[in-house]
Design a binder for this molecule. Structure first.
Ligand code: SF4
Length: 869
């Protein structure tokens, strides 16, 4: 509650005064309309056509009810959903469900009155969809004048509103598809007071508008005179890229609204065919303070058909590894709950926990089916088969658009960033600082654990006037470098905003800062924040007043938040001396801009040789959306880069491969111990010679060539996998464990999700981490096994497949500390130039291991077993 007051930037006492005045009025209204058996039933005027009606509330079904109507493209939050008895003179009372909207003022005249009526009519449409019944009226109550107005929905009103909605939708479609915006109103009286004037005029100019076409004269000029042709082209280009990407993502999102998709195969952004697990109680409330309700779902297949009979059964018993929750959903994601029986968007919440066979969703209210009368609604919920869809995409697009347009506003901060980012002005560095007099610089020289690269990187940060770029190659200790950079900046009393795209990257850095005793504030959703740093969130603090929150904000110098989290109202009007952004090579440019708006200078930490930002739309990717700000600035101003080149992960052989393919000999081993790392087997005895060859501790890299086997990829329209490769990978992994390697030290990676699933089935050892290459970025293991999958009699253009992206190959090759085992078809993979080079290099270093039918002893049933699961 206090957080909301701070966020709204309102005075605590003013807010209290408003509430103290309003609450008795609302209560009196409810008492009057709920009434007792004997009390007089209040009368509400439903207008000249419908007259006065007696109205009595029998139930307040919900408050602040979220209602989405995809059919109409509308959504809203209804003040109260009420069940009423309505009676007109001489007629029987009708029971209805209605929306109730409170307004704080008096009954207005003219335009505002129409807007309020239109709002209630739209709510009736939303509720009709949600409650699966026709809702024909609503109630407006004005608190100030204590007047209640009934609104009966007329068909002509609905048609008029839907037509306006369609016009708006058509304009949005034209804007996103053809980059055509509707003309400005040319009404100085309306435009001058419009909140959107600055953005509207910028877009008008960018899309070829002029002072004359704006109809605003000097007002228009004063808002756009600073924009050059290059600025307009930049905004237009990125606006188009965002549109392309949004369109692609919308296709996925539209699945939520199509009932057929409810029954379709799982997409990785959703979970379907899941049911509520009531075995440990129906819902758990975490604490009164959090006031959240946690619901646990499991795959339907794991529960007996009669769910009631399962009540009290334990799901803790080992479950078969089938129908596991394979999806990209993660803790902290916003999600929408729907039922497969047709109730769309029943509730929205946040993933609180996710495992292989369960997912828990945290809701701010009890879960309720809109059609349920009341209790025992739990039974209704248990009968349903549910679906969970991720609901974050639209938020990220609105953040992108808002960040982008901010860059072109007319203020000092936007102008500074525009010069750097759009005009690519060279960054300035302080060359005249007297090192010996700067405690931060003296401190960095005194830290013995820093190597030369790390020290130079921190000095680059300390001397930067605009920005610095830190190129953190794999295993070079970039997180530790950032920790010391933060410490040095704190010595200068600088305020610091730490950010990254993912919660895990932000928290990873914070955990290290915490270990160094550095105080910080973490802004983010409780569920999404790592438990080790949750105590630094306001949600876990015992704050008793707005003043305490402000005080805490003023005390702390380091604030951490994700790039999308910067929209938190808690950050409104905050300014920092420095913004440090981790994983910057993987963040799209429009997303990066948001945090940078809060700081005088910034530091981007990343590696543009690893995976670029994830872009779904091929057209957007081909037109530059995959070029991060880190990459843009690195290419424009290499002098701004400080590279971390001493790596502490890979042994010499593995590092040399990465150097030869990607880093051009820039990577070095941090110490002789790192260079000579080898897997240590407690027993090394294999029955087959090919496995002995694979496990040979003196060979840091082994390439198992499957060309002599029938090991072709298996492909359908959506997935590609390779059962024989999965089988070989499983055999090697089991042999490694037999020879004494801990399963936790083994990682298996592959470009394709379906192959990762196949290998999981084949390996059957939960502690061996099996994932796609993309999910392995930032991770490492002693021994990494890679399954390349693609293998065909007639290899087509594999350069356009996932294997064609050299960033991805680089990530795959740089995860292993001591041993890298590659499995694939040399013949097929050689069609990709980088992979051909890889095969040649491995051949030079340790030779290619060709395996045959006799070696592998492919037993039909084994491979089939792998392939059919
Ligand atoms: S400034 Fe733009 S959005 Fe605002 S009223 Fe005028 S035309 Fe409409």
């Amino acid at each position: 509650m206090y957080l909301l007051v701070v966020a709204a930037s309102v005075n605590e006492h003013d807010m209290l005064k408003t509430l103290v005045e309003a609450i008795p009025k609302i209560l009196n209204w409810i008492i009057a309309f709920k009434g007792s058996q004997d009390s007089k039933v209040p009368v509400v005027d439903f207008g000249s056509d419908y007259g006065l009606r007696n109205l009595k509330i029998s139930e307040v079904i919900d408050i602040e009810e979220m209602a989405w109507a995809p059919k109409y493209g509308l959504k809203g939050i209804i003040d109260a959903s009420i069940r009423v008895k309505v009676e007109s003179s001489g007629n029987e009372a009708n029971e209805k469900i209605l929306p109730l909207e409170f307004k704080t003022g008096k009954v207005p005249n003219g335009q505002s009155s129409l807007e309020h009526c239109a709002q209630v009519i739209l709510y009736t449409l939303l509720m009709s969809e949600r409650y699966l019944r026709h809702i024909d009226s609503g109630i407006l109550h004005y608190l100030y004048s204590d007047q209640t107005q009934g609104i009966m929905v007329r068909r002509s009103d609905v048609v008029g509103l839907i037509m306006r909605r369609n016009e708006l939708a058509s304009d949005i479609l034209k804007a996103s598809k053809m980059q055509q915006l509707p003309p400005m109103l040319r009404s100085p009286s309306m435009c001058r007071n419009c909140h959107h004037l600055a953005v509207c005029t910028i877009y008008h100019k960018v899309h070829g508008g002029s002072t004359e076409s704006s109809g605003l004269g000097d007002v228009f000029d004063s808002h756009v005179y600073h924009l050059t042709a290059a600025h307009c082209a930049f905004l237009q280009q990125w606006d188009r890229l965002i549109d392309l990407e949004a369109k692609e993502t919308q296709l996925v999102r539209s699945e939520i609204w199509h009932s057929n998709a409810m029954k379709s195969d799982r997409s990785t952004n959703c979970l379907s065919s899941i049911v509520l697990d009531a075995s440990n109680g129906f819902s758990q409330q975490k604490s009164l303070k959090d006031n959240r309700f946690i619901y646990r779902f499991v795959p339907r297949i794991l529960l007996p058909h009669n769910v009631y009979a399962s009540k009290g059964d334990s799901l803790d018993a080992p479950s078969p590894p089938v129908n596991d929750l394979d999806c990209t959903l993660k803790i902290g994601d916003y999600v929408i709950l729907s039922t497969e029986s047709g109730h769309q968007t029943v509730a929205s919440g946040v993933i609180a926990d996710i495992g292989q066979f369960h997912v828990s969703v945290s809701l701010s209210k009890r879960l309720r089916l809109p059609s349920s009368n009341s209790l025992p609604e739990a039974n209704d919920l248990l009968q349903e088969v549910w679906r969970i869809d991720k609901d974050e995409t639209m938020t990220s697009f609105s953040v992108m658009r808002s960040n982008l347009v901010q860059l072109f506003l007319q203020n000092a901060q936007s102008s500074h960033l525009r010069n750097i980012i759009v005009d690519l002005e060279p960054p300035r560095f302080d060359s005249g600082c007297v090192f010996s007099q700067d405690p931060a610089i003296s401190y960095i020289w005194s830290v013995k654990s820093l190597n030369g690269d790390q020290r130079r990187a921190i000095l680059k940060i300390l001397t930067a006037k605009d920005y610095a770029l830190i190129l953190g190659m794999p295993g070079t200790g970039k997180t530790s470098t950032m920790v010391y950079a933060v410490k040095a900046l704190l010595m200068r009393c600088a305020s610091i905003l730490l950010t990254s795209y993912t919660n895990s990257a932000v928290d990873n850095l914070l955990i290290k800062l915490k270990a160094q005793g550095i105080d910080f504030l973490r802004i983010g959703r409780h569920e999404a924040v790592h438990e080790e740093v949750r105590a630094n969130c306001f949600s876990a603090m015992d704050v008793q007043s707005v003043e305490e929150i402000r005080l805490r904000f003023n005390q702390v110098k380091v604030v951490a938040v994700t790039c999308l989290g910067i929209t938190s109202p808690l950050l409104a009007n905050k300014k920092f001396d420095v913004c440090i952004m981790d994983e910057a090579g993987q963040i799209t440019l429009p997303i990066s801009l948001g945090p940078l708006m809060f700081a005088s200078k910034f530091v981007l930490v990343g590696d543009h040789y690893q995976l670029p930002p994830l872009v779904q739309s091929t057209e957007a990717r081909e037109n530059g959306m995959g070029i991060s700000l880190f990459c843009r600035l690195s290419e424009a101003h290499p002098q701004a880069i400080s590279a971390l080149q001493s790596q502490y992960r890979m042994c010499q052989g593995i590092m040399e491969l990465s150097n030869a393919l990607i880093y051009g000999d820039r990577l070095r081993c941090g110490s002789p111990e790192i260079a000579n790392r080898k897997l240590k087997f407690s027993r090394l005895k294999s029955c087959s010679s090919w496995l002995n060859e694979v496990l040979n501790p003196h060979k840091p890299i082994v390439f198992i060539n499957t060309d002599m086997l029938p090991a072709h990829e298996s492909k359908d329209s959506k997935t590609v996998n390779n059962p024989v490769e999965a089988y070989i990978i499983a055999e090697v992994a089991k042999e490694l464990i037999k020879c004494g390697i801990e399963s936790e030290d083994i990682g298996i990676i592959t470009p394709y999700n379906s192959q990762a699933n196949l290998i999981r089935t084949a390996v059957c050892i939960i502690s061996v981490e099996i994932n796609t290459i993309d999910k392995y970025q930032g991770r490492d293991k002693d021994c990494i096994l890679v399954s390349f999958v693609r293998s065909s009699e007639n290899p087509r253009n594999y350069s356009s497949s996932l294997l064609g992206d050299w960033h991805r190959i680089n990530v795959a090759l740089t995860r292993a500390k001591k041993k890298l085992i590659l499995v694939g078809s040399c013949k097929t993979l050689s069609n990709v130039p980088l992979l051909k080079l890889l095969i040649d290099k491995v051949n030079e270093q340790s030779g290619i291991l060709n395996v045959s039918h006799e070696d592998i002893k492919l037993e039909e049933h084994n491979v089939e077993q792998v392939g059919c699961c």
